[in-house]
Design a protein around this ligand. Structure first.
Ligand SMILES: [Zn+2]
Length: 406
């Protein structure tokens, strides 16, 4: 835990200038900034009038597939989940650097840009075995003092299409995976009951939460979502299930949308988005009003799946605001709340859900000292301009400054 510290002259969520003390890794006090005060016996972090924001929580990233920092590469993937998966499978071993180095580079760049809370997928299949999983674990170990990282064992190629995948998934859980992953129970394995029985069964056996990639369209997606909700309820897994992506769920009908929001609020099923373009957008305001936890992530970054992504959650926050057509300051700030505390409330269910689109938690007495200091006239300005004058604080200690580790 950190030594006592004071962050001088910062503006929490763009409010008036304050001095913020940190004790035991948490906020001890927030008082009006006093330019004449000379703190002694504590570490002083100069805010210089910058914004004080909660640090980012990236709750949907694939640290095992990024090519950040490597030469740009022509996109060669065929459309669809299977085609993209094969593109990665055919190329990942031949990258300019090892999978271990790439996972470390990705995590380092994320921390440097303001992310201190991470939930990363690690692909487990018969091609890579546990190689990618171990690469993500090693990256977590390398930066254990700078960020908190949870790892999801992820069956990117389905659980039953290739013999041995299910056994490898259990090996990953035995080796310390924090979360059990699943993917398109109907669309990929084409056997939703068997898929979800295994996902929920292993989660129960190893006492871990669940995160399921769901790209299935229309009624099929709602069918799978209903099966997931049924199991969540009957197995008492409330508060332990996340549906990732799920974007096609929101374009079916108003009645479908209403049922989904009510069910997820009742069962505390959370959702993670990567702010994709296209027709289907999450009803963020309705989800917040209902109390559904929503987090943001960067997905695969500049990898064999997609050329997008640059390790910067402030950029991804801009994207979330953009694809939702946000112009009002309070909605742009809400996008930032989702990207920070929204995700944190998925990683740790004791963190309260965002109460509404105007809820701005994370910088008050008692909150964990996970912060981003960033220049900007106001929060909207920082989201639009994405300045490089940033200081990143984890457990009350500066871990990165001006986009570089310290
Ligand atoms: Zn993903």
């Amino acid at each position: 835990m950190s030594d006592p510290a004071v962050i001088r002259n910062v503006r929490p969520w763009g409010g008036s200038a304050a001095d913020v003390t940190i004790v035991g890794g948490r906020v001890g006090s927030v008082v009006a900034h006093d330019p004449s005060a000379v703190p002694s016996g504590v570490t002083v972090i100069e805010g210089r009038g910058r914004l004080l924001l909660p640090s980012f929580s990236d709750v949907h990233v694939h640290l095992d597939s990024n090519r950040l920092g490597l030469p740009f590469r022509e996109h060669t993937g065929a459309p669809g989940v299977w085609g993209m998966m094969l593109n990665d499978r055919n190329n990942w071993r031949d990258a300019e650097t090892s999978i271990g180095e790439r996972a470390q580079t990705g995590l380092r760049m994320m921390i440097e840009r303001g992310t201190t809370r991470v939930r990363s997928f690690a692909q487990v299949d018969t091609d890579c075995g546990l190689e990618k999983f171990e690469a993500v674990l090693a990256a977590r170990q390398m930066y254990r003092d700078r960020a908190e990282v949870k790892v999801i064992a992820f069956p990117q190629a389905g659980l039953f299409l290739e013999n041995g995948t299910a056994e490898l998934m259990e090996e990953a859980l035995k080796a310390g995976a924090d979360v059990m992953g699943g993917i398109d129970p109907c669309g990929l394995d084409k056997d939703p009951v068997r898929h979800l029985d295994l996902v929920f069964g292993l989660a129960e056996k190893y006492q871990v939460p669940i995160d399921i990639h769901l790209h299935e369209p229309g009624e099929l997606g709602h069918f799978s979502a209903a099966l997931i909700a049924d199991r969540t309820r009957s197995l008492g897994m409330q508060g332990n299930v996340t549906i990732s992506h799920g974007y096609p769920l929101w374009g079916v009908s108003e009645a479908h949308t209403r049922t989904l929001i009510e069910t997820w609020a009742e069962l505390d099923i959370s959702t993670a988005t990567v702010a994709p373009g296209g027709r289907f957008q999450l009803p963020l305001a309705d989800l917040a009003d209902a109390g559904v936890r929503v987090g943001l992530g960067e997905d695969g970054q500049r990898d064999y799946w997609s050329p997008y992504g640059n390790a910067d959650m402030l950029d991804r926050t801009w994207q979330l605001a953009f694809v939702n057509g946000y112009r009002s300051d309070h909605l742009i700030e809400h996008a930032l709340a989702v990207a920070t505390v929204g995700g944190a409330s998925i990683l740790d269910r004791t963190v309260p859900r965002l109460a509404s689109v105007t809820d701005r938690p994370g910088t008050s007495v008692g909150d964990p000292a996970e912060f981003l200091l960033v220049s900007g006239d106001c929060v909207s300005a920082a989201v639009m301009d994405r300045p490089s004058d940033r200081t990143v604080i984890h457990r009350g200690r500066v871990v990165a400054d001006q986009l570089a580790l310290v």
